[in-house]
Write a protein that binds this ligand. Structure first.
Ligand SMILES: C[S@@+](CC[C@H](N)C(=O)[O-])C[C@H]1O[C@@H](n2cnc3c(N)ncnc32)[C@H](O)[C@@H]1O
Length: 326
């Protein structure tokens, strides 16, 4: 049976959308995968099987989901109570349902402070392939006037995030958008692309650099887990090489921030290698002026938890001074 006809594709999309596992997945993504699979397989059964296999890697249902109805009810109650602590506790509960944000919880108090020290506090953010990360907003130290654009292909998740945004006084700017099919067009100061780039490269035929180049932002904030999902193997050096290789040739100056569970790269898309890495006055760090280099220069900082009695200022407790490598 030739499966290059749209009605067959639509039947496959409908069948997958009707399944419990993928009912929340954006149908544009399923359709695109079905069209791609139809060029490789002849029977409807094989095509549908191929699409489900791809979706398993893309949606990664094994990383976890909260109960969205219960989460919305809990958020509404927390906001009604008027207690910022109750709101944070509810967000923590929701964030702990997904492995990416659960791993971020222990570093959340320092995470955005360190990132925005490099990028400056953004007035507009893109959170690309966001999952539940927008619920870390209370730790960002940003006003509700910030334009927070969030993108994901999980429809229930996006609805949930917009419910949270509205309760938080933010504009409900979360969207169901397949960022591999349609790169975000909104402009912002900072794009977060957290713990998704390796999977994105694998799932969408090495589209990662094209996406990063297309994002209309000053700073890209791209992160990677420092330990593997299945075990304690350190991944930091592997992802350092991976990211350096991916953006080699762009000339983007990069500041690296190493937290215990997450390796973060802040790439400045506006700067050429000849320009200042970042403003020493604003950050309080020594200013570095870069010469031209074949690969993007990377400036590293390690962020360890404060030891008891190490003093209140996180920067005083850091084990490593900023340094430039590469
Ligand atoms: C590992 S989670 C990302 C975690 C999140 N960025 C964080 O670090 O907390 C991957 C997310 O990317 C979303 N995703 C996968 N492919 C996508 C695409 N093409 N466009 C938009 N979102 C996508 C998935 O639905 C899922 O919510």
């Amino acid at each position: 049976m030739p499966i290059d006809v749209e009605p067959e594709i639509e039947a496959i999309v409908a069948s997958i959308k009707a399944s419990k596992k993928y009912r929340d997945t954006y149908e544009g993504t399923i359709r695109e995968l079905a069209r791609a699979a139809a060029s490789r397989h002849k029977t409807r059964k094989k095509i549908e099987q191929a699409v489900r296999e791809r979706l398993h890697h893309i949606m990664a249902p094994y990383v976890g989901d909260p109960d969205y109805d219960a989460g919305e009810a809990a958020l509404k109650a927390a906001f009604q109570s008027g207690s910022p602590l109750a709101v944070r506790e509810t967000c923590v509960h929701v964030l702990s349902a997904h492995v990416s944000t659960r791993e971020r919880l222990p570093i959340l108090d320092r995470f955005y402070g360190e990132i925005f020290r490099v990028t400056g506090k953004p007035g507009a953010i893109l959170d690309v392939a966001c999952a539940l990360n927008p619920l870390t907003f209370p730790w960002m130290g940003l006003p509700a006037t910030v334009q927070y654009h969030a993108y994901d292909i999980h429809e229930r998740r996006v609805h949930f995030i917009n419910t949270y945004f509205s309760l938080q006084g933010l504009s409900p700017l979360a969207k169901v958008q397949d960022v591999a099919l349609h790169f975000p067009q909104e402009t912002a100061d900072v794009a977060l692309f957290l713990k998704e780039l390796p999977r994105f490269e694998q799932n969408y035929g090495r589209l990662g650099l094209a996406l990063l180049e297309a994002l209309r932002v000053r700073y890209l904030v791209v992160s990677f887990p420092t330990v593997s999902f299945h075990g304690g193997r350190s991944l930091a050096d592997h992802y350092r090489r991976f990211f350096a290789g991916l953006i080699a040739g762009t000339g983007w100056p990069v500041v690296e921030l190493e937290f215990e569970s997450e390796l973060v790269f802040c790439a400045d898309k506006a700067d050429s290698p000849q320009r200042r890495l970042f403003d020493g006055k604003r950050t309080g760090l020594k200013e570095t002026v870069l010469g031209s280099a074949p690969a993007p220069p990377v400036r590293r900082e390690a962020h360890r938890p404060e030891r008891a009695g190490a003093g209140k200022c996180p920067s005083a407790a850091r084990s490593t001074a900023a340094r430039q490598v590469g």
